[in-house]
Design a protein around this ligand. Structure first.
Ligand code: MRU
Length: 336
């Protein structure tokens, strides 16, 4: 594991969006400086920046970038607004499932009539607010764990819902970090997370950096781990929470919820309020992103299945509200 000074997953350096390139981890910690909306859209599409809260900030900073670049070439008010709006629509459309992306774009675009400096300021304020939200929900989540289970906690988490998925702290992994800082964490089981291995590449890396004891399992081992009493709770993040409390998160989350329900252990969802989408009635109304078949039948140049094999590659699934013990946000604990 390469150590590096603390840097935010995503930030604004005055002229450009700066991100940790999550495709290079865990081998290399590389920063990318994105100076155009095209470069940002490409980074979102190939998951160089990913995770719902980080996508929200990417959406906001993307509008800032559009404003900055448009401002440099064009000062006419109406043309300026139309150009920024066009770029904003492009950014919001790159990934459909995490509501935060469109939310971050919309929040920032609301300032479009005030000019580029005001838009950039609004995007930076959103970044700071999201960083603070994940810190607050992390502590609230650790409080919740302490109230549900005595002693040190053994947690199973899926995908990467850590600092890399946010600006800082994390959601599910923020809760883990807060528990670890209280010396209330016994162990974390992180799941590999096929097909792009966010759990193996990113969560295991983050846990190692925070010095938290952890074990990596393949996704299909999780039910055994839960059924054998090896964890006290499942804690995950979310990409969108529907009005009825259904939780959309990384593909493979729903089976963990079923196993947790069967074993009678808590299934906790940690997410900022920005992930709650009151305008979408249920999880069934959420568009599930489908990704390319190459992610399933190739691995970095190797064939893992015959080239002609048909593939269905949904990136997210829906956990029904009735399987969710609690949703913890920066403001409240919701029990669907
Ligand atoms: O496809 P990804 O890697 O963007 O999916 C990320 C997840 O599903 C996370 O669990 C979710 O965004 C919560 S992140 C705090």
């Amino acid at each position: 594991v390469t150590q590096h000074p603390h840097v935010r997953t995503i930030d604004w350096d005055g002229d450009a969006v700066v991100i940790i390139d999550q495709t290079a981890l865990p081998h290399r910690v590389e920063m990318l400086r994105l100076t155009t909306v095209d470069a940002l859209c490409d980074a979102i599409a190939r998951l160089a920046v990913r995770g719902a809260p980080a996508l929200g900030v990417a959406g906001a900073l993307g509008v800032a970038l559009a404003a900055r670049n448009t401002h440099a070439h064009n000062n006419n008010g109406a043309t300026f607004e139309a150009a920024v709006q066009r770029d904003a629509a492009r950014i919001a459309a790159v990934r459909p499932t995490a509501v935060n992306l469109a939310w971050g774009v919309t929040q920032t675009l609301a300032h479009r009539d005030k000019g580029a400096p005001a838009i950039i300021e609004a995007a930076q304020a959103l970044l700071e607010a999201e960083a603070e939200s994940t810190r607050a929900l992390s502590h609230r989540g650790a409080d919740l764990l302490d109230s549900l289970h005595t002693g040190q906690h053994r947690i199973l988490t899926h995908c990467n819902a850590g600092a890399l998925a946010c600006v800082d702290w994390g959601t599910a992994l923020g809760v883990v970090r807060a528990a670890h800082e209280r010396n209330h964490l016994a162990h974390v089981i992180c799941t590999e997370t096929r097909p792009l291995l966010q759990g193996a590449r990113l969560t295991a890396w983050e846990l190692a950096r925070m010095g938290a004891p952890h074990t990596l399992v393949i996704d299909s081992a999780a039910a055994l781990v839960i059924a054998r009493g090896m964890v006290d709770a499942v804690v995950v993040g979310a990409d969108r929470i529907a009005a009825n409390g259904d939780v959309v998160n990384k593909i493979g989350t729903y089976p963990h919820a079923l196993a947790a329900h069967r074993a009678g252990i808590p299934f906790i969802v940690a997410a900022p309020e920005s992930t709650i989408d009151a305008t979408t009635p249920t999880g069934n109304d959420v568009e599930i992103e489908e990704r390319g078949d190459g992610e399933v039948i190739h691995w970095r140049g190797w064939h893992t299945a015959p080239e002609e094999t048909a593939v269905f590659n949904p990136a997210f699934d829906v956990t029904p509200a009735e399987l969710v013990t609690a949703i913890v946000t920066e403001r409240r604990v919701i029990r669907p």
